[in-house]
Design a protein around this ligand. Structure first.
Ligand code: SF4
Length: 214
């Protein structure tokens, strides 16, 4: 049956299955304000959301506004965020981001050029922040989105993240991209994992290029 599926039919199959296994997708980073989201996403590079949440719980309660973060001592921040790795750079980025946000009025603006000029903030982080804060139609591509979209044959194996973003955005433009972004991530994190994906129960087996037996 899958052999004869059109691209649109495959899209519907994927969306319906994601809705079945991840009916309430949401960001697993914990934050209360726009700048906390931005800093948490920046800190999440090369580590897990769980680890980030464990340090931001302390960070955002000890420094509970932008002014406090902007004037924080670098080594005090390092001491808090040490468990997440690359802590020296991330601590410096945190302080610089707080200062830069204060210069533009203390809010995270809907401005890609500004956000991408912040240290530690690239296209992926900007896409996450703009879609979550401003509902902009951007789809952030991380390691999970990359793995799942390659396995499902939605992109080519040698596509880079920008190409993957373009292809997925075009392909799924009629759907809620923010919801889909979270579903891709959570599907990759808990179902289609890198080492032991849950292929036995996966309803996407018929379109998957990497399904495993079992
Ligand atoms: Fe992932 Fe396995 Fe499903 Fe393919 S069949 S999408 S590898 S869980």
């Amino acid at each position: 049956m899958c052999l004869n599926m059109t691209g649109l039919m495959k899209n519907d199959l994927i969306i319906n299955y994601f809705d079945e296994v991840i009916p309430n997708p949401k960001c697993e980073l914990i934050y209360n304000t726009d700048y906390e989201l931005l800093i948490a996403v920046m800190l999440s590079s090369q580590t897990t959301d769980k680890r980030v949440n464990s340090v931001t719980k302390i960070l955002f309660s000890e420094y509970n506004n932008l002014e406090a973060l902007a004037s924080a001592n670098l080594y005090d921040i390092i001491a808090i965020i040490k468990p997440i790795g690359t802590f020296h750079k991330k601590a410096q980025n945190t302080i610089t981001i707080a200062n830069r946000l204060l210069e533009v009025g203390g809010v995270v603006p809907n401005n890609r050029a500004f956000l991408e000029s912040l240290p530690g903030v690239g296209r992926k982080t900007t896409n996450v922040v703009l879609s979550m804060l401003y509902n902009e139609p951007f789809l952030a591509v991380d390691t999970h989105v990359t793995r799942v979209s390659k396995r499902l044959g939605l992109v080519n194996n040698n596509d880079d993240v920008l190409e993957i973003e373009k292809k997925l955005t075009k392909r799924f433009k009629k759907y809620n991209l923010l919801r889909l972004h979270h579903q891709f991530i959570l599907f990759g994190r808990y179902h289609c994992t890198a080492i032991h994906p849950l292929c036995g129960s996966c309803k996407l087996r018929c379109i998957c290029k990497e399904k495993k037996n079992g």
